[in-house]
Design a protein around this ligand. Structure first.
Ligand code: COA
Ligand code: MG
Length: 286
């Protein structure tokens, strides 16, 4: 599966920022038509996004578009951009049901036919950011074969349930964890909440490290300065890689001798730790 550590939002109404985003090397660039764009600028943003997809070179960044939600009255018009030859996938906000996801999945299938692409080449990432979205997680996570990731929208979620946000974020912890668990259960990636205070690098690093510990594979970001700390948090350190390699090597050596559990540096190593070590190596690109 594609590496998605950083998902950078860029307002589709802001040409300068789209130009800039093309050069930053984020894993995913998400050209936004939803909440980053004023209601009066949606039409202009659709035109600018089409121009950006045609003219800008986004390098190895995945070219994504966030459309408006199913109940916005704007989505049908937004989805016309799915046929753009340069677009690689869509982000669906405020998914509340499997039907919301399937409606966009059908549009992607049609776009694939028009663009002569094999079925399920285009990606769909869906945001879980409402009480109903959380309650229906299981149905949403298995709704459509285009789906590659669940994305946790913490601020909309808190507002939908009437939670009062605190820096500790205890009030959204259950939902944050549930999204990561459902993604794992259905073989999807999980993209973590935003840190809206984009000048707070220390707070961002802390939040991103916590997300990685919860099983998230990446994080949403809104500013270029957030790329490096998030990449660092979602990339295993040299020490973690070295330890993981010793665990896997040790396991293979002992398994060849017919032994399961073994001791390494005074710790008991068995299958769950070996699996975790293999995941660390995979995340590090081994
Ligand atoms: N994508 C690409 N470039 C960005 C960017 C983004 N999301 N945010 C900032 N930049 C660029 C700016 O254009 C500026 O570059 P320049 O001087 O070469 O033009 C540089 O990074 C520094 O920006 P800065 O002055 O610190 O921020 P700002 O005041 O211009 O913008 C925000 C601050 C929050 C408005 C902006 O980061 C932003 O629009 N983020 C995305 C918001 C969004 O999409 N929200 C919806 C999804 S949650
Ligand atoms: Mg949102």
């Amino acid at each position: 599966m594609r590496t998605r550590r950083t998902l950078l939002y860029v307002p589709g109404s802001d040409w300068r920022k789209m130009e800039k985003a093309a050069s930053l090397g984020a894993d995913c660039v998400c050209l936004d038509l939803e909440d980053g764009v004023a209601p009066s600028s949606k039409t202009e943003a659709r035109l600018l996004i089409s121009k950006a997809l045609s003219e800008l070179d986004f390098g190895r960044s995945e070219r994504l578009l966030r459309v408006n939600s199913a109940d916005s009255g704007l989505q049908a018009e937004d989805l016309r951009l799915a046929g753009h030859p340069s677009l690689q996938g869509l982000v669906l906000p405020k998914a509340g049901s499997a039907a919301d996801v399937q409606a966009v999945g059908h549009v992607l299938l049609r776009a694939e036919q028009e663009r002569n692409l094999p079925p399920n080449t285009l990606s769909l990432l869906t945001q879980i950011e409402s009480a109903m979205g959380l309650v229906n997680l299981k149905e949403i996570a298995s709704a459509d074969p285009h789906l590659v990731a669940l994305v946790f929208g913490s601020e909309d979620f808190a507002s939908d349930v009437g939670a009062i946000r605190t820096p500790q974020a205890d009030e959204i912890f259950y939902a944050r964890s549930a999204v990561a668990i459902h993604a794992a259960a259905f073989g999807l990636q999980a993209i973590d909440m935003l840190h809206v205070n984009f000048k707070d690098a220390a707070g961002l690093s802390q939040l991103a490290a916590q997300g990685a510990r919860l099983g998230y594979s990446g994080m949403q970001i809104v500013h270029p300065d957030q790329i490096a700390p998030v990449v660092a948090a979602f990339t295993p350190s040299a020490e973690e890689v070295a330890w993981a390699q010793r665990v896997v090597d040790g396991y293979e050596q002992h398994a060849a001798e017919g032994r399961g559990a073994f001791a390494l540096d005074g710790k008991m190593i068995d299958m769950p730790l070996v699996k975790a070590a293999r995941r660390v190596l995979a995340r590090a690109g081994y």
